[in-house]
Ligand binder design. Structure first.
Ligand SMILES: [Zn+2]
Length: 340
């Protein structure tokens, strides 16, 4: 199975983060492991929104991962755990290097190299194909995002070594609540960034339509201006109507843009009311010949793994579950940024 949408900030076991925290002598408010573990468990009855989710957990995990040694150990453990828990055979790990530099104490090059080295060890030890997606941030300045693009090009994959690749793609992530996708000047600058990355051989994925803040209109702007290879979530397509829905369905199908679905995180962030909603969405995508795949997003914050995410959707799908899940797995292979 392939996990194409998984964040370094939400995919490392709390035990590993606790050990890094203690070994590095970081001063925090956490008095013991139990308190720490509890604080890194996201529950649907506690999380208020996507913004709340992103703001509450990632600051802590990103701070702990902000050194080359911590970033390397974290990347290794993501792959090791995904393989042992869910037999994941290919994993594209995404992270924002700017958020792991400890306010300029470390260089972006050192952090990216450390993640690459962690993934190389994991690929060698577990036989998992790996690649890196660097996430830009809606909450970062344009200048900082340009620096990530330049770093991605510098560290781009030159082909796999023992299954490990360097940077294979670019992502856009961060809070959707400012609806930046609806701002013309911002989108034109981001479009230029993505174009530069694409010309250097990198693939593009983009978090959009994860909540109503970007919604169907944001998705349409991204499809028309960024031309991504994949969309992160895009669950808001289910609320699109009329001409907007027709345009979205046509663009997604004709350009074969793969939708990266992450069921449990959508439930935890209250974007969807129940898993049946995701199952209906999968059926709608299949009916309209739009590619989709199932992923974990932040498996340790929401206590899941890839096997479980497929099972959850399968339980809701009913009779043709295996057909629709197999299709999702095929799409994940076909739309992976990692070259075989
Ligand atoms: Zn995500």
């Amino acid at each position: 199975m392939h996990d194409l949408h998984i964040h370094l900030g939400g995919a490392v076991p709390s035990s590993v983060l606790w050990e890094i925290l203690c070994d590095n002598g970081l001063r925090t408010e956490y008095v013991d492991f139990a308190t720490f573990h509890d604080s890194l468990t996201a529950r649907a009855d506690d999380v208020k929104s996507l913004d709340d989710f992103l703001g509450r957990y990632f600051q802590v995990t990103e701070e702990i991962q902000s050194s080359p040694s911590a970033a390397s150990v974290s990347a290794y453990q993501v792959v090791a755990k995904a393989y042992r828990r869910a037999q994941v055979s290919a994993l594209e790990l995404r992270f924002n290097p700017q958020k792991r530099m400890r306010h300029g104490l470390h260089t972006m090059d050192a952090i990216i190299l450390a993640v690459m080295q962690g993934l190389e060890r994991a690929s060698l030890h577990y036989g998992v194909a790996t690649g890196i997606i660097l996430s830009l941030g809606r909450d970062l300045s344009l200048e900082s995002n340009w620096q990530i693009i330049d770093a991605a090009i510098k560290w781009r994959s030159r082909g796999p070594l023992n299954g490990a690749n360097g940077v294979v793609g670019i992502d856009m992530a961060g809070p959707e609540s400012r609806s930046l996708e609806l701002s013309k000047p911002w989108m034109s600058e981001v479009s230029a960034m993505m174009e530069k990355a694409r010309e250097a051989g990198l693939k593009i994925t983009y978090h959009v339509g994860e909540s109503e803040a970007t919604g169907p209109d944001g998705m349409l702007r991204v499809l028309e201006e960024i031309h991504p290879d994949r969309i992160g979530h895009g669950i808001e397509l289910r609320n699109a109507v009329g001409k907007t829905r027709d345009a979205l369905v046509t663009l997604l199908r004709e350009n074969a843009v793969c939708m990266e679905l992450c069921p449990t995180v959508n439930l935890v962030t209250r974007v969807i009311p129940d898993y049946a909603c995701i199952a209906r969405f999968v059926r709608d995508l299949a009916d309209n010949e739009i590619p989709y795949c199932i992923n974990t997003d932040n498996p340790y914050l929401i206590h899941t793994n890839l096997q479980r995410e497929y099972e959850i959707v399968g339980n809701e799908l009913g009779n043709d579950a295996s057909l629709l899940l197999d299709l999702g797995m095929e799409h994940a292979i076909r739309h992976s940024f990692i070259k075989a």
